[in-house]
Design a protein around this ligand. Structure first.
Ligand SMILES: C[S@@+](CC[C@H](N)C(=O)[O-])C[C@H]1O[C@@H](n2cnc3c(N)ncnc32)[C@H](O)[C@@H]1O
Length: 492
């Protein structure tokens, strides 16, 4: 494998490869009576980012709940300012990352409820955004109900008095929130007293009922009048842990047998997938170090199967990072593969992941570049096949990235559609006559899927549609996230 990047990047890449560890489980104290943690975030999280070094003793101690609540409030504030929760969590120290992930994922799902309750308790939000985020965090966690716990046993549940006192202690830990201790205490205690009435009022709001922004609910409802409720309900729940077997290293039967041996319940899904009954830390699943599998949703696994590739082909994976679909393609055949991505940092993850899976063949080149700017990265040799897993709103993968629904704005759909068209138009020029291009998005919005497909067939010279799944929706039939697939051949 050959990486086209700066020398400093190469050094960091080596460090990442050496650091390739899984997220560890943790246990919470402080009055938690039901707790379990989501471990794998997807392919990206299989490589642990560089973290400040902690002594083994310090790294194994989970901080008190008050500290976790404050860290979660910082995460909520960060998302409110437009930062990705994945980036925020990557910067968390190792000893609390899993705990803060569990809390912040839950709060993200119930953010509309937390906001609505804070609105009802205070005429205006708190004048300090961190204090406001702490109040919303505590209210989201205090308002967990039995039905939620029944539907999802991983929901974090705390005894009320513990949560209230820890939230107030959390306020005292930071000078930005210390002045709001009394007000936060008063709000949380009032919530305890008026819980039923406040929740009843909050649930009158559609964004609280569904856990999505109003504009998002409207878009899904308009696009899928018969299925919108199941799509939203399914998108609200956390996705399961699904693995894609590395068929270069092992078989699905062998992986299922190894899982069974360790009493890990799992079933086959799709052609190469395995779905675990319960999520586990990746390091606890047999074969992680050996590269027997990667974490990949069943819908995403289809990409490598749909693009017709055979040994020796010149293939472009145009928006490759973090490399889940690159890995899938390399399991299908021995390729002369260029993995292109505009983000050099994310490209490092492709390298680390291919290394763990031992798919870093001599014919693989990782290249940092903008797909639109052909002159900057293309050598003029046409490709036999192109995977265009273009940037999108990611509205189909909100189960695994619960912050996305709050980070996106309705206008983003228009901007993303325009960017996707520019990327595909450029890539089409690099495709051989007779070659195939697979267009992929992890979105449920038709503007990025079926409407783009129509546009491509009308606009791209010589484009002929081949059979492909089209729109895959969460909660409809097989277990998977939301994706759109269109396979086009360039007539020669
Ligand atoms: C949906 S993600 C790709 C996921 C990846 N194919 C996988 O399966 O792991 C889209 C990627 O496109 C990259 N990207 C965005 N704009 C791009 C551009 N103009 N040229 C190349 N890559 C781009 C982003 O950095 C991001 O990594």
């Amino acid at each position: 494998m050959f990486l086209v990047c700066q020398p400093a990047t190469r050094r960091r890449l080596f460090a990442i490869a050496m650091n390739n560890q899984a997220i560890l489980p943790f246990s919470l104290t402080n009055g938690v009576y039901a707790q379990s943690i989501i471990y794998a975030w997807g392919f990206q999280s299989m490589t642990r980012p560089a973290q400040p070094t902690l002594s083994p003793q310090a790294a194994s101690v989970t901080p008190p709940l008050s500290e976790l609540l404050l860290a979660t409030a910082y995460a909520v504030e960060g998302v409110g300012e437009g930062r990705s929760l994945t980036d925020i969590l990557n910067a968390e120290p190792a000893n609390r990352r899993a705990a803060v992930q569990s809390l912040s994922f839950y709060v993200m799902r119930q953010l509309a409820r937390g906001h609505a309750l804070a609105d009802l308790l205070l005429d205006r939000g708190l004048p300090n955004s961190l204090a406001d985020s702490l109040l919303i965090t505590a209210l989201s966690l205090l308002s967990v109900d039995e039905r939620e716990v029944r539907d999802n046993p991983r929901v974090p549940v705390y005894e009320t008095h513990t949560l209230v006192s820890q939230a107030v202690t959390a306020a005292g830990l930071d000078r930005k929130t210390a002045g709001f201790k009394g007000l936060i205490n008063a709000c949380l205690r009032r919530f305890e007293r008026e819980r039923e009435a406040l929740l009843e009022q909050a649930y009158l709001r559609s964004n609280v009922r569904w856990g999505f922004p109003k504009w998002w609910i409207g878009r899904v409802r308009q696009a899928y009048p018969a299925q919108w409720e199941t799509i939203l309900a399914s998108s609200f729940q956390p996705g399961p842990l699904t693995l894609r077997v590395n068929t270069r290293k092992t078989s699905r039967e062998a992986l299922l047998a190894a899982l069974q041996e360790q009493d890990i319940a799992a079933t086959a899904i799709g052609d190469h997938g395995v779905i675990l009954d319960q999520p586990l830390p990746v390091a606890k699943i047999p074969g992680f170090e050996e590269g027997w599998w990667l974490v990949q949703d069943a819908g995403a696994q289809l990409a490598a199967q749909l693009l017709p590739v055979t040994d020796g082909m010149r293939v472009l994976d145009a928006c490759a990072a973090p490399g889940g679909k690159t890995a899938g393609l390399l399991m299908q055949a021995r390729l002369q593969l260029t993995a292109l991505d505009i983000d050099e940092g994310r490209l490092e993850r492709v390298a680390a992941n291919l290394q763990r899976l031992q798919l870093n063949d001599a014919g693989v080149v990782l290249r940092a570049g903008n797909a639109i700017d052909l002159k900057s990265w293309w050598d003029g040799q046409p490709f036999d096949a192109i995977l265009a897993d273009v940037p999108c709103t990611a509205s189909g993968i909100v189960r695994r990235h619960p912050d996305i629904r709050w980070l996106r704005q309705e206008q983003d759909i228009v901007d993303t559609v325009a960017l996707q068209r520019r990327i595909v138009s450029a890539l089409w020029q690099t495709l051989k006559p007779g070659g195939t291009l697979l267009y992929v998005t992890c979105s449920v919005f038709p503007q990025e899927g079926i409407e783009q497909d129509q546009w491509m067939q009308q606009t791209l010279e010589g484009a002929v549609a081949l059979p492909s799944p089209g729109q895959l929706l969460p909660g409809q039939g097989q277990e998977h996230d939301g994706f759109f697939y269109s396979l086009l051949r360039k007539q020669g």
